[in-house]
Design a protein around this ligand. Structure first.
Ligand code: C5P
Length: 688
């Protein structure tokens, strides 16, 4: 280890003499205040923890007081000075006070706000022999990656310089800078503090800021009329994006976050949001972020990120801002993907699940003039996310991303004076392989018709509007029965819609969803369809922009699995306390969904009921294995036992449907696509 070079620090009298001699008057405009006390210099260098050989960047060396302190500690210093006179003069001071260290000292005359790594490539030291010969010059030139920033920052540009350097120099691991005390306090403030503001959040994007010592104003020339303090900033290896997305509380495999470091665009998007939020820091966020959120509405975005829309900017951490910006991006890309594209609309099968029609059969009923007959349909679903938490009153808290598929239940209701007649028929969707309705007929025969959700739905709407007559209810089923695809719930949803029509009950979708929730947790989703988020019992629906119409195959098991039994198994397995997904989990899933990235999606699909369903029907493992061999993405949907296999084309779906249908543990297979809901529903929820 080389000895640290002999260095004499500048003293107050030397600094005053130098200033006089050079006719240098520190300028207010450049925020120049020179530190005159060697003890203060050594304190800064000590707090910066500078060791011999450290690659230090110094902004605003001025007369060189701190530069000499850094050289004394053995650092290799690159100084960036904006003032040409000071820059011209500095080498002489260094040579006369630390001649042995001149080879360790590099200088660039530039505005630090414009300094870029390329400026430091090939920079030569200030040692007199650095210019000797061409070959030596080449030896002495270097590619410099500063690791530490140590600086008495010009006070008027301290924050922009810090932010610029952390953005421009990824090599910068930490900084120990002297700034105005108020600025130091701001940089170190945490959410909720009065001084928490733009600098606090933006610096937190890069790392952690910590208060260092206060520095007396007496050590400066000229003496400023503000107090100063040191701040240490340590770059965090995990960016907020990583902190938010890798720190997802889910029980998914690690490394399933949206890939890699945030892009510059992403940082800019988050910083823009921070600026907007603090531009009206007194306002509630739902108002303050109104224009930022455009074309989305601010309140649902905030809510979806777990942020109270009445909170203020000062309550949000950089992670909150990051999640907000990400979610907005994910949702907007969903809306973009769902711009009217007739071919996609067709590929995704049916339109809105709440297809509802009055059949052209007018007539008199006990409710007055109304059609006698109405028909509506609702789609079956898969769960791309089904996370279960604690149970209360017999129901588990759930977080769900529902996706409707191109299978529908159709309910036709014809009013009759009294009594109920129920007629159920089954029909295979196009492309079904090995379909035989006996599996579903048998599954239905085990159910009590009095509990049929379509009848119960009709009764609920009747009660609402005072209808006392009966009805003939015809259900045409495409969704496999008791298979985890919400076929029964779709019957309930379709019946609510048809009853609302035929009885002219005038209930809104929200009111129907409320009635639906009392029938079963999945019924509200049946009303909305498409891609939706659901929480509480799975009955509170937030429609999302429609996903790309991906292809899938459903392998229907000959067996059935009653939902309560699977939840029971889930409770017994002792994993009921798994954390519900965070907004980051959901955002990551939406990003994969809207970009149509199957590989990413594969890692993000989560179903807490998969393990219990497999424990009850272990033979499903073989279906999953076969699907994996065929390069599909298999998972169990809902409480099972249907195995869903995502594939990347209609052809693959067809091939896989044929292959899986041959398996002993598979009754029949259905090649399907995602079904898009009426995008207007999602727009209503999300758009401003
Ligand atoms: O609401 P639904 O009738 O569809 O639910 C069937 C059963 O599934 C419930 O009785 C309950 O055992 C279970 N379940 C649950 N938690 C939920 C939804 C359903 O435990 N959030």
């Amino acid at each position: 280890m080389e000895e640290n070079p002999a260095v004499t620090l500048l003293t107050p009298s030397v600094i005053h003499r130098l200033c006089r001699q050079l006719d240098i008057r520190p300028t207010k405009q450049l925020g120049q205040n020179f530190v005159t006390e060697p003890s203060a210099i050594r304190k800064i260098v000590r707090e910066a923890g500078i060791k011999a050989g450290d690659q230090v960047l110094e902004v605003g060396p001025g007369l060189g007081s701190l530069t000499l302190g850094l050289l004394e500690a053995g650092a290799c210093v690159t100084a960036c000075e904006i003032d040409p006179r000071l820059a011209r003069f500095l080498p002489a001071t260094i040579l006369s006070h630390a001649s042995g260290a001149a080879g360790q000292m590099y200088l660039i005359q530039k505005d630090a706000l414009k300094l870029l790594p390329a400026d430091l490539v090939g920079l030569k030291s200030i040692a007199p022999d650095a210019e000797k010969t061409v070959s030596e010059r080449e030896d002495l030139s270097r590619e410099f990656s500063p690791e530490v920033l140590v600086s008495n920052l010009p006070y008027n540009v301290a924050v922009p310089v810090l932010l610029h350097l952390f953005a421009a120099f990824p090599s910068l691991k930490r900084a120990l800078v002297m700034v105005q005390k108020e600025v130091a306090l701001r940089l170190c403030a945490t959410p909720g503090s009065k001084v928490y503001g733009v600098p606090s959040v933006k610096i937190a994007w890069y790392g952690k800021a910590r208060m260092g010592s206060e520095i007396s104003r007496r050590v400066f020339y000229p003496q400023p009329n503000v107090d100063s303090a040191l701040v240490e900033i340590t770059r965090e290896t995990k960016t907020p994006v990583r902190r938010v997305f890798e720190g997802r509380q889910s029980n998914l495999a690690p490394g399933t976050a949206p890939a890699g470091e945030p892009t510059e665009e992403e940082r800019q998007a988050v910083f823009k949001l921070i600026d907007q939020a603090f531009a009206s820091r007194r306002k509630m966020l739902r108002a303050g972020l109104k224009s930022w959120a455009q074309p989305l509405a601010a309140a649902p975005l905030l809510q979806a990120c777990g942020i109270d829309p009445t909170a203020r900017a000062e309550n949000l951490s950089v992670e909150h801002f990051t999640a907000l910006a990400r979610l907005r991006g994910a949702l907007l890309s969903g809306f973009e993907n769902s711009q009217p594209d007739p071919s996609e609309q067709n590929a995704s099968g049916e339109g809105a699940p709440q297809d509802c029609e009055n059949l052209p059969v007018g007539g008199e009923t006990s409710t007055g003039k109304s059609p006698l007959k109405a028909r509506a349909s609702a789609h079956g679903k898969i769960n791309l996310l089904l996370a279960a938490g604690e149970a209360e009153d017999g129901y588990h808290r759930l977080s769900i991303v529902f996706q409707a598929v191109s299978l529908k239940e159709t309910v036709e209701i014809t009013l009759q004076p009294e009594g109920f007649d129920l007629e159920v028929s089954f029909s295979a969707p196009p492309g079904a392989v090995g379909y035989d309705s006996s599996r579903d007929q048998q599954a239905m025969s085990g159910l009590d018709p009095q509990n049929n959700l379509a009848i119960r739905a009709f009764v609920l709407v009747s009660a609402h509007c005072g209808y006392e007559g009966g009805a003939q209810i015809k259900i045409n089923k495409q969704v496999p029965v008791a298979a985890g695809m919400a076929g029964g719930s779709a019957d309930g949803a379709a019946a609510l819609l048809a009853a609302n029509q035929v009885l002219q009950a005038g209930l809104s979708l929200g009111e129907l969803a409320e009635l639906g929730a009392s029938l079963g947790a999945d019924v509200p989703f049946g009303l909305y369809g498409g891609t939706s988020f659901a929480d509480r019992r799975g009955d509170r629906i937030t429609p999302l922009p429609p996903a790309k119409p991906l292809h899938l195959v459903v392998a229907v098991s000959p067996e059935t699995l009653p939902t309560p039994k699977v939840f029971q198994q889930f409770d017994q397995s002792g994993v009921a306390s798994t954390a519900l997904p965070t907004i980051a989990d959901i955002t990551a899933l939406l990003e994969a969904l809207y970009s149509g990235n199957l590989d990413a999606l594969a890692k993000l699909i989560r179903n807490d009921l998969q393990a219990p369903a497999l424990a009850l029907l272990p033979q499903l493992e073989a279906t999953i294995e076969t699907a994996k061999e065929q390069e599909a993405i298999p998972f169990i949907t809902g409480s099972g036992p249907s195995v869903i296999c995502l594939v990347d084309s209609a052809e693959k779906a067809e091939e896989l449907a044929a292959r899986l249908a041959q398996l002993e543990q598979v009754a029949y297979t259905l090649p399907l696509t995602f079904s898009a809901s009426d995008i207007e529903l999602a727009r209503k929820q999300w758009l401003a």
